[in-house]
Write a protein that binds this ligand. Structure first.
Ligand code: UD1
Ligand code: CA
Length: 453
């Protein structure tokens, strides 16, 4: 039997107080809904339908080009009404698995287990025992069998004390589900059509409802406000860091690191506190990331040391590089091996070949720097004329003195030496010393002015 997965994502998320639709709020750098969709694909299905409504265009844009079916819920009349919008195009003999766009930490294995626990013709809900059940629908059982779900706002004192809650995940045979959804009423405190009410209908039809308990509370938490979003963030970070530690990555403190995307590490990588990784980042064998670094969409080679307080984005480094402290690598910074980038150095869209050093206070942009080059403190590639960017080419083994301006387009020859303080606007030949600065003079006998009486 085929499984159709229906993901509910039409709600506004009033409790977020945000212009961004709730299901697009970021968790570990990706929208809540992205986590749910990825999980759905991993469960293994060919039919994923997202019920969208609030902030529809932005939600759809986030998943454009993916094989997803969309069902519009123009007015948010409740979770039952939402599922109904997706049912018209769901084949009758399919099995339906309902997921919520605001329950993002679910693992595919938990869902596969739920599907395996009951016959495709039966109804099952995923439940969990929560330490604090506030806000969730309560699972009411009679002699072990689930008989109904009562929403927090509709509970009496006795029901409020129940700690087993509805995670929102449910599976049911499509034809039956269509029938039950058609009979839903909205005579409850919120005036909504509750998906959870189909349970009592199934029971009335003489069907057994399976309540399958998940083992992990964090995995099924629903995100309704910023506090829960932050809790989920920590829970997910824990999961990501644990899996890296299992692969041998060392962390100074697993609680003080943030992975907002995909982090791939080689052997013997060590990551100090407050490192933030965004997008796709790779760290080669033996690489150390010191404290307070932000690394985004970059490939860091093996045996690198990234000293404290660097900002690295869209960069690549080869073997044995040393970056920072306080360095900035911007998109297109491509460092070969044994390159040293020191404090207060900014590199943008430039290739720096083997063994070159830019140790202090420099800006290198739109440059091709050869091997074994030394760039002195305070050197600037003057790459922008106010309208266009121009290139600076520096040959192998060139030595650029301190405080030099290289006015691009300009080419410095191989083995050339540029005198400190020069403003170079014409090409400098191979192997020679080029200086371009005013000569020093001394005015003898000169007196400082004195204050008038
Ligand atoms: C829901 C469940 C509750 C469960 C909890 C788990 C119902 C009636 N209640 O409550 O039993 O314990 O989730 O987290 O099902 N949505 C729509 N259209 C709507 C309403 C909601 O698409 O008209 C979507 C929302 O975008 C969200 C999800 O459904 O992704 C859940 O809606 P929400 O309003 O957060 O339900 P809860 O009150 O949390
Ligand atoms: Ca919710």
């Amino acid at each position: 039997m085929n499984t159709s997965i229906i993901i509910l994502a039409a709600g506004q998320g009033k409790r977020m107080f945000s212009a961004l639709p709730k299901v697009l709020q970021p968790l570990a750098g990706r929208p809540l809904l992205r986590h749910v969709v990825d999980c759905a694909f991993e469960v293994g299905t060919t039919d994923i339908c997202i019920v969208y409504g609030h902030g529809g265009d932005t939600v759809q844009a986030e998943f454009s080009g993916e094989s997803i079916r969309w069902a519009l819920q123009a007015e948010q009349l409740g979770t039952g009404h939402a599922v109904q919008q997706a049912m018209a195009d769901t084949p009758d003999d399919n099995r339906v698995l309902v997921l919520f766009g605001d329950v993002p930490l679910l693992r595919p294995t938990t869902l596969q287990n739920l599907l395996a626990q009951c016959e495709p013709t039966e109804l099952a809900v995923l439940t969990v025992d929560m330490d604090d059940a506030t806000g969730y629908g309560r699972i009411v059982r009679q002699d072990d069998a689930v008989v109904s779900i009562v929403e927090e706002r509709d509970t009496n004192e006795k029901e409020k004390a129940i700690r087993e809650i509805n995670t929102g995940v449910m599976c049911a045979p499509a034809a039956k589900l269509k029938e039950w959804l058609g009979k839903l009423r909205n005579d409850n405190t919120q005036g909504e059509y509750y998906l959870t009410d189909v349970l009592a209908m199934a029971v009335a039809d003489g069907l057994q409802v399976h309540g399958v308990k998940a083992s992990n509370q964090a995995e099924v938490m629903g995100i309704n406000d910023k506090k829960q979003l932050a809790e989920a963030e920590r829970a997910l970070q824990n999961r990501l860091v644990n899996s890296l530690m299992e692969q041998g990555v060392g962390f100074a403190d697993p609680d003080r690191v943030d992975i907002r995307g995909e982090l791939n590490c080689g052997k013997d990588v060590f990551i100090d506190i407050n490192a933030v990784f965004e997008g796709k980042v790779t760290l080669g064998d033996n690489t150390t990331i010191e404290s307070n670094n932000l690394i985004r969409d970059s490939d860091i080679g093996s045996d690198n040391i990234i000293h404290s307080n660097c900002h690295i984005e869209g960069a690549t480094t080869g073997r044995d590089c040393e970056i920072g402290p306080f360095a900035r690598l911007r998109p297109g910074a491509a460092l070969a091996s044994n390159v040293k980038i020191g404090n207060f150095v900014e590199v943008k869209k430039s290739t720096i070949d083997d063994g070159s050093k830019i140790n202090h206070l420099s800006y290198v942009g739109d440059a091709v720097v050869g091997a074994g080059v030394n760039i002195g403190a305070g050197t600037i590639t003057v790459n922008y004329d106010g309208a266009n960017k121009h290139q600076t080419i520096i040959g192998d083994k060139a030595s650029i003195g301190s405080g030099v301006e290289l006015v691009a387009p300009v080419e410095i020859g191989k083995g050339a030496t540029i005198g400190a303080g020069s403003t170079i606007s014409k090409s400098a030949p191979d192997g020679e010393l080029t200086i371009a600065r005013a000569r020093q003079t001394t005015v003898r006998g000169w007196k400082r002015p004195t204050k008038k009486k």
